[in-house]
Structures are given as structure tokens and as C-alpha cells.
Ligand binder design. Structure first.
Ligand code: ADP
Length: 202
């Protein structure tokens, strides 16, 4: 379509300038411009002019899909499954995190324990110095995880879809012929928020 092509080529461009290029009046152009704006194809910025919005949208989506988890991952905090609920709570404070990843003796991922998992047991009558985190954690294979090769978008989508704060970044490994997963990082709501701020700076 001619109007979209003109905007793509000359953005930002005012309606007067578009009308002049098409050799028509601004009034004749107005209905088409309002349809294109309502459809989200063009974007109108007051006192600046029209932009091609389709391009802006696909640039953002291409960008967040091209950034890999390996580029944004943060350092995970891991504890052993025998760690007491009490020590896990202390670790939350010392490490200033909200989620802990639980590993077996061989270092492979077996669970995730969140703030509320710990709160839930702590407000009961349990002796939290005696209860191990393995009692309250969410276990494999119910964990939502990401790999280094997945995109920032995939990670953010999983956080939203599964309503969790943090995802362990895992690398598959074989231990005694069994499929296990090493924890090599984490992606949290904070990681995604930081990425959002970085992208906003561009
Ligand atoms: P909180 O419970 O502090 O609000 P989350 O929303 O992250 O924190 O956790 C909600 C529940 O989901 C908890 O029971 C927790 O064990 C579990 N959980 C947290 N992260 C994951 C994950 N990556 N995969 C599966 N379950 C998870």
C-alpha cells in the first residue's frame, strides 16, 4: 500500500507531507490514516508525525527472541536437600534472594524452594531446625527450567505462564546412565526486569 510505503521510507512524516507526496488533500487522506493507525500498522506521535508501527513491534520481538539465556543468567544460590528449613531461611537473608535451588550430593538439581514454601512450614508448629528443605520443596520432574540456548523471551514466558519467580538454568548430564541436570544459573523476575531496563536505554 502506497501510504505505508511512504511512511516506511520517510518516517517520521506528517500527514501534510504524505498528502503532498500523493498529490491529494489532507482531508482526503484522513480516513485512510485513521484506519491504518487503529489497525496498529501506523503509529501517530503528536507534533512528530507518523511511524510504521509494524516494524517497531517486530524489532522488539526479534530482539528479545535473539537474546539467549546464557547472556542474561544470574548466579544461582544452591543448597543441599538435607539443609534444614531454618538454615534455608538464613541463606535467603545472607544471599539476598527469594528462591533457593536444591541439589543432590552429586550436584544435580532435585528441587526448588521459595519464600512462601518456607513461610508455610515456619508458621506451623514444626521444629524448623530439624525439618529438611526436601520436605517443603517443589521436586523434579515438576520443575520449570530453561537451558542456556533458550531465549530471554522463552524464559520470561515460562515465568509468566507458570506463575513462578525464578527458573533454574540447567545443563543436562549423565550420571551412572541416568539423566540428571546441573544448575548453571538462574533467570528470575529481576533478571527480566533488568533486561527490560537495558533494552529501554537503546
Ligand atoms: P513464592 O511462593 O514465594 O510466591 P514462587 O511464586 O516462585 O514464590 O513459588 C510458588 C510455588 O512454585 C512454590 O511452591 C515453589 O516451590 C514453586 N516454584 C518456584 N519456582 C519453581 C520452578 N522454577 N518450577 C516449579 N515450581 C516452582
Amino acid at each position: 500500500m502506497l501510504i505505508v510505503d511512504i511512511v516506511k521510507k520517510h518516517e517520521p512524516i506528517t500527514s501534510e507531507e504524505i498528502a503532498a507526496k500523493l498529490n491529494i488533500t489532507r482531508a482526503a487522506l484522513r480516513p485512510d490514516l485513521s484506519i491504518l493507525t487503529m489497525a496498529g500498522i501506523l503509529e501517530a506521535r503528536p507534533r512528530v508525525g507518523y511511524f510504521y508501527a509494524g516494524k517497531t513491534k517486530s524489532l522488539i520481538s526479534e530482539k528479545i527472541k535473539s537474546i539467549k539465556v546464557s547472556e542474561i543468567k544470574a548466579v544461582p544460590v544452591v543448597i543441599k536437600e538435607e539443609t534444614s528449613v531454618y538454615d534455608a531461611i538464613v541463606t535467603l537473608f545472607l544471599e539476598d534472594v527469594g528462591t533457593l535451588f536444591v541439589v543432590q550430593e552429586d550436584g544435580s538439581l532435585c528441587g526448588v524452594v521459595s519464600r512462601k514454601d518456607l513461610l508455610k512450614i515456619a508458621i506451623g508448629n514444626a521444629d524448623i531446625k530439624q525439618v529438611p528443605v526436601s520436605v517443603v520443596m517443589t521436586r523434579m520432574p515438576n520443575l520449570v527450567t530453561v537451558t542456556l540456548e533458550e531465549s530471554a523471551y522463552d524464559a520470561a514466558r515460562k515465568i509468566v505462564e507458570h506463575q513462578v519467580d525464578a527458573l533454574p538454568v540447567i545443563r543436562p548430564k549423565q550420571v551412572d546412565g541416568k539423566q540428571k541436570y546441573e544448575v548453571v544459573g538462574k533467570v528470575t523476575k529481576t533478571t527480566i526486569t533488568k533486561l527490560f531496563v537495558e533494552l529501554g536505554k537503546d
